[in-house]
Design a protein around this ligand. Structure first.
Ligand SMILES: [Mg+2]
Length: 300
């Protein structure tokens, strides 16, 4: 049994590095105590959710007050999340319950980035969806059917949307593998994450299953969300005119948040005390990957 910890996740991301965006990084990182110390240097803060705002169903201590303080200084604060299980409305309701004050347009999700692509792609037929029963597929701008255990649905789909693994089984993954092996079709991945930290360890996310199929069947899925450009394009489309040197991406992962921000040409900050690297020394991961953030902060 492979223990799926931060080391395992790190190796998985490094193994697919060639399909991730390329970026340039600073030689060293500056250390600060929290985002408040960086407020004067930036106008826009793009915040990852898990590890920055919350861990599971709990707000990170002080995070809501920090975000409110930035907002009170007229800083624009957006949430940039790879969550695709639910529409942004439900993510917003969760952040609001945890004490954050965001408007709906402040929440930019990988699911929204995927929706932009789907609106331009009226191929006819329907998409088979790796999703959850609560995924509200009626809000996806295309014809869809949830993938369960009916092989005919897999075979009839024009392509596949990967939104959520919360109800995905290895039996379903095998069925999808067999259907794609017989008839290759496009896969659009609405959450490129390989793992997500949960209360009881790391869960395997849509990115994991997409990379596995890509490796086994030799094709290239299309990814929507961090570290890829499309979700940053969507965020910037909501910002209007901004000086990108005064935009900071803040996250708890190197291969999604820091790599994605650097590839897009904005400054990056890694939060170390919550999320993926909680309880670990981050320096070895930074030197092994070469993914160097501009700033390192213990907390939001
Ligand atoms: Mg995170």
């Amino acid at each position: 049994m492979i223990r799926k910890d931060a080391d395992w996740a790190f190796q998985q991301y490094e193994a697919v590095r060639e399909v991730l965006p390329k970026a340039e990084f600073p030689d060293t990182s500056r250390h600060a105590r929290n985002l408040g110390e960086l407020a004067a240097d930036f106008d826009v803060f793009l915040l990852d959710a898990f590890g920055i705002l919350n861990v599971g169903e709990t707000a990170i201590a002080g995070a809501a007050a920090q975000v409110a303080a930035l907002q009170a200084q007229d800083k624009r604060v957006l949430v940039l999340t790879n969550g695709a299980t639910y529409p942004a409305e439900l993510a917003l309701a969760k952040y609001t319950k945890l004490g954050f004050r965001f408007a709906l347009e402040d929440v930019v999700s990988s699911r929204d980035a995927l929706a932009v692509e789907l609106r331009d792609r009226q191929d006819g037929g329907f998409w088979g969806v790796m999703g959850a029963s609560g995924s509200k597929l009626e809000t996806v701008p295309a014809a869809t059917r949830l993938l369960l255990l009916d092989r005919e649905v897999y075979d009839a789909a024009q392509g596949f949307l990967f939104l959520s693994t919360t109800e995905w089984s290895f039996e379903q993954q095998e069925m999808l593998h067999a259907s794609l092996a017989a008839n290759p079709r496009p896969i659009l991945v609405g959450n490129p994450d390989i793992v997500a930290p949960r209360e009881d360890g790391l869960s395997l996310e849509p990115g994991h299953f997409a990379h596995e199929l890509a490796r086994d069947l030799g094709f290239e899925p299309q990814f929507f969300g961090k570290p890829f450009t499309n979700v940053y394009d969507l965020a910037f489309s909501r910002l209007g005119e901004v000086d990108s040197s005064r935009v900071l991406m803040v996250g708890d992962t190197l291969h999604t948040d820091v790599l994605g921000g650097a590839a897009y040409g904005v400054k990056t900050a890694l939060i170390t005390d919550h999320g993926l690297f909680a309880g670990r020394e981050v320096a070895p991961y930074i030197s092994k990957s070469g993914i160097q953030p501009d700033f390192i902060l213990p907390t939001t």
